[in-house]
Ligand binder design. Structure first.
Ligand code: NAD
Ligand code: IPM
Ligand code: MN
Length: 354
């Protein structure tokens, strides 16, 4: 039995997570050995208790086989202290160094790129998830004075860079196109970029079958719009990965469809979440697209060892999208629960999941 900790969070988080729970219900009813506990950690919880998590902090989350997060972000917590404690806390605290963000067009009509289709927009971003500019190293001095100073350091460790590179090379070696692009900015950021580049060349020697290319992040943003078909597996640092994964999402139909996995392949720990945030502009309206959350749940099922169920989710989402049974961001007319139903009805009566 696999036990999932479900954290709906803020804004549209609870709305899209409700669709995930209904999906998990369907699999559970079909015999998949899963169970889950809904956890209240959110801006509401933070404001009510003065802390983001119970006193034992992340330890209370360690017992689950996987975590599912809807989204965090609430104007009442402008510094996102709760999200840093929970989301960035789990990424770092559970050492979930692989942030996998697939960019896959589900239907030709969804890309804003003229003349492009499913064969062109199909790559995966591996974002380093524990270091870079996200370590919270820095400070502010002479606050409020004209001489105020803020420092935010980005770090790269040899071990941290090599392990994400090795993971990405491994994925590229297993992919039919065997092509890896490492996205950096070593022309301006010579220290961190230099370490990435050297490690890339060294780790690349272990994978002679992979075509290993370096591309600057500014050029990547240009090229991925002009010719996305060049990219197969992409690996980059934490902040660049955050930025280019939203760009990738836009090429594949928007944040409403972009899933992600945060995992440590060695320890088997994982946290799964849509790439999007709490979309306060949509919250409470029942119009948010649940597909990003549903595909993230599919990635979670795969990680938990339920590959058939995971592929079932992908196929059902593709079929619902192809039939135009979608929310408005994809051109359909359905609300959040209608779009969730459209996916689930394509799984009913389905197959031996386990
Ligand atoms: P956002 O991702 O919430 O929204 C960006 C745009 O995409 C908005 O126009 C929104 O309506 C649209 N969008 C997002 N999800 C959608 C969905 N499922 N269906 C249809 N449209 C969708 O980014 P933002 O507005 O910059 O941030 C809002 C809050 O979320 C902020 O507090 C931010 O810090 C936070 N955030 C959290 C996460 C996370 O929890 N992982 C990720 C990104 C942003
Ligand atoms: C994401 C989000 C987070 C990040 C925020 C909410 C801290 O944008 O998961 O992409 O920057 O990693
Ligand atoms: Mn982001």
């Amino acid at each position: 039995m696999k036990h999932i900790g479900v954290i709906p969070g803020d804004g549209i988080g609870p709305e899209v997570t409700a669709e995930v729970e209904a999906l998990l219900d369907l699999f559970r009813a079909g015999g998949l050995p899963i169970t889950w506990t809904v956890l209240p950690y959110s801006a509401d919880y933070y404001l009510a208790h003065g802390r983001a998590l119970p006193d034992d902090g992340l330890a209370s989350l360690a017992a689950y086989d996987a975590l599912f997060v809807g989204a965090f972000g609430d104007p009442r917590v402008p510094d996102m202290a709760h999200a840093r404690a929970i989301l960035l806390g789990a990424r770092r605290g559970f050492d979930l160094y692989v942030n996998e963000r697939p960019v896959r067009l589900l239907h030709d009509g969804l890309t804003p790129l003229k003349g492009r289709g499913r064969a062109d927009v199909d790559f995966v971003i591996f974002r380093e998830n524990t270091e870079g500019a996200y370590v919270g190293l820095g400070g502010r001095f002479r606050r409020g004075s004209p001489d105020e100073l803020a420092v935010q350091e980005a770090i790269a460790t040899r071990r941290g860079v090599e392990r994400i590179l090795r993971h990405a090379f491994g994925r590229a070696a297993a992919s039919p196109r065997k092509t890896l692009h490492m996205v950096d900015k070593h022309n301006a950021l010579e220290h961190v970029g230099g370490l990435w580049l050297e490690a890339f060349r060294q780790v690349g020697e272990e994978f002679p079958a992979v075509a290993a290319n370096q591309v600057f992040v500014d050029t990547f943003c240009h090229e991925v719009v002009r010719d996305p078909g060049r990219f197969d597996v992409v690996v980059t640092s934490n902040l660049f990965g955050d930025l280019i994964s939203d760009l990738g999402a836009a090429l594949a139909g928007g944040l409403g469809i972009a899933p992600s996995a945060n995992v440590n392949p060695e320890t088997g720990k994982g946290l799964f979440e849509p790439v999007h945030g709490s979309a306060i502009d949509l919250a409470g309206k029942g119009t948010a697209n649940p597909v990003a959350a549903l595909l993230s749940a599919g990635m979670m099922l795969d990680f938990l060892g339920f590959g058939e169920a995971a592929r079932g989710v992908e196929r059902a989402v593709e079929a619902a999208v192809a039939a135009g049974e979608t929310t408005r961001d994809l051109g359909g007319a359905l609300g959040t629960s209608g779009a969730g139903d459209a996916v689930r009805k394509r799984l009913e009566g389905g197959a031996p999941w386990a």
